[in-house]
Design a protein around this ligand. Structure first.
Ligand code: AMP
Length: 547
């Protein structure tokens, strides 16, 4: 029997309706290169979004057409986030840090028709002139270089907006229609396109806002240091709008000093980003004695948050909310909050839970499967296997990709992450399947080793990779960056001594290198394949060892 409920579509325009009708006065602030930030309101963003959609419609953009963005976090980018999907087109966020050949592949694969680009990254786009035939219009946002004329049909954002009509009405959109797309920055093969629907985006926003999850309310002020080209800035632009929270945009200025000042000046209550960003901010907080009394939550994920970072922020009364997810999972799929029954635990015990990747969110299910046999494993906190998930905002395939089926098993997404799940349901990531170090038939978790090294007071960052070894099959090597004030004053021996009573003897890295910086991916994670290449001399040296 069918229910009597209305079959109203779950659509991004219902989120837009709230900022326009209920939260029109709430602030939207964008940091500038220097001087006072740009200040406006949701009401103004709403009017400009309608204008933008109308201008796009006049250019012949219609339902299902891909309209790309190529820029950092700004109010204008937020306007694209609303205008493009609400008019039925597909918002395709392009990662500004991708290599040119990948960018070219992605634009052509998605068949983008329009690109909204920050002027600061225009030269990157201009190098693709002549190679992206589907692009027929480029709209320039923000400050920076002017067009050199190599791209056809380049217009200024504000002039383009002026051609639109603020009375533009949103068309009816099917909730299962594509709303946005984002390509995963794969380390092997071509990037893969994930296409979010209106329905998946609305469900993700509702789930993200729940008190047990990010916990977003109307009284919050949100600043995401995660770029808007990475998994829809973790869905926060929509979730914050749905909740009526104010939004602060950092643009491209993500150094610790600028972030700390922005969080402070705007009274941010919830922020988000990868661990490297917060390691820098924590170091600055420790050194400067500055405080962030209004900051309640640092949502942190993308790679494992080191326990020392969580403990360090707690010293400043800042709660790091550790989350796990992927572009494929919209992305927030698990978050760590202590259960009520854990209140009485010691600080150390609490920290152990807070450093896990947390409990799967409502509407999503998870399981772990043995890497060898493919059998489901128990939730005992010890058995580890590939983490698999399914749910209404988990991707069910990849866009136009003949190899997509390999990433799924009986309707579950194979995440490529290896995890344990404890009896309380807390997921703990052991590693990526490809980053686990296999030594003498046993596994070593590169993530756990990194977390332990980063607890050393002189260490800023550490990455561990397994390199081929004739006898052990693989052995771990650590590359470590000292905090700026300890540059030149950190030795491999100190780190080895520090690790001795914290990890099993056979886990101790065979080589520990102190380096100036670690290679990072386009979204700020350790680029382990590049690190492996940089360590080629060790691989060669080991190749000569006896088996
Ligand atoms: P991306 O699709 O680029 O967001 O990358 C997703 C991958 O980042 C996941 O499959 C994990 O390997 C990694 N990741 C995300 N969050 C965490 C976390 N909290 N701890 C460890 N790894 C993470």
């Amino acid at each position: 029997m069918l229910s009597t409920m209305m079959d109203a579509p779950l659509s991004i325009s219902s989120i837009f309706w709230r900022i326009e009708r209920l939260y029109a006065d709430k602030p939207v602030v964008t940091q500038r290169a220097a001087g006072e930030p740009d200040r406006t309101t949701y009401g103004e963003v709403a009017r400009r979004s309608r204008r933008l959609a109308s201008a796009l419609a006049q250019q012949g953009i219609g339902p299902g057409d891909r309209v790309a963005t190529f820029g950092f976090n700004t109010q204008r980018h937020l306007e694209c986030y609303f205008a493009i999907p609400c008019m039925g087109a597909v918002l395709h966020t392009l990662n500004v840090r991708l290599f040119e050949d990948q960018l070219e592949y992605i634009i052509n694969h998605a068949e983008d028709q329009v690109i909204f680009a920050d002027r600061s990254v225009l030269p990157v786009l201009e190098r693709l002139a002549g190679k992206i035939p589907t692009v027929r219009l480029v709209v320039l946002m923000n400050e920076g270089a002017e067009s050199t004329g190599v791209l056809p049909n380049v217009v200024d954002y504000e002039e383009f907006l002026a051609t639109g009509d603020a009375g533009y009405e949103w068309p009816e959109v099917d909730e299962r229609a594509a709303a946005a797309m984002c390509y995963t920055s794969g380390t092997t093969g071509n990037p893969k396109g994930v296409v979010y629907s209106h329905r998946s985006t609305v469900i993700h926003s509702l789930v993200a806002a729940l008190p047990n999850n990010v916990g977003l309310g109307e009284s919050d002020t949100v600043m995401y240091a995660v770029p808007m080209f990475h998994a829809n800035a973790w869905g926060l632009p929509y979730a914050a709008a749905l909740a009526g929270a104010a939004q602060i945009f950092s643009d491209r200025y993500l150094d610790p000093e600028r972030i700390l000042s922005l969080l402070d000046a705007e009274g941010v209550t919830i922020t988000a980003g990868v661990p490297t960003i917060w390691l820098g901010v924590l170091n600055l907080l420790d050194k400067s004695g500055r405080r962030l009394p209004r900051l309640r939550t640092v949502l942190c994920g993308g790679s494992a948050a080191p326990p020392a970072l969580i403990a360090g922020l707690r010293r400043h009364d800042i709660h790091l909310l550790h989350a796990w997810g992927m572009t494929e999972t919209s992305p927030l799929a698990s978050l760590t909050r202590l259960k009520a029954s854990m209140e009485g635990l010691t600080e150390d015990q609490k920290l152990r839970y807070l450093a896990k990747q947390g409990v799967i969110v409502p509407t999503v299910e998870c399981r772990i499967m043995d890497i060898g046999t493919g059998q489901e494993l128990p939730w005992d906190g010890t058995a580890f296997g590939e983490l698999q998930v399914r749910g209404p905002y988990i991707t069910g395939t990849y866009y136009n990709d003949p190899t997509a089926a390999e990433k799924f098993m009986d309707g579950w997404l194979r995440t490529g992450d290896v995890a344990t799940i404890d009896p309380d349901g807390y997921i703990q990531l052991v590693d990526r399947t490809k980053d686990l170090v296999k030594s003498g038939g046993e596994w070593i978790s590169s993530v756990e080793l990194e977390g332990t090294i980063m607890a050393h007071p002189k260490v800023l960052e550490a990455a561990v990779v397994g390199l081929p070894h004739p006898h052990w099959s693989e052995r771990p090597v650590a590359a470590v960056v000292a905090k700026p004030e300890h540059a030149g004053d950190l030795t491999p021996e100190e780190i080895r001594a520090f690790l001795t009573d914290k990890v099993a003897r056979w886990w101790l890295p065979d080589e520990i290198l102190i380096v100036d910086e670690l290679p990072k991916t386009s979204v700020g994670k350790f680029a382990k394949n590049r690190l492996r290449e940089q360590l080629a001399a060790i691989t060669e040296k080991w190749a000569a060892l006896p088996a």
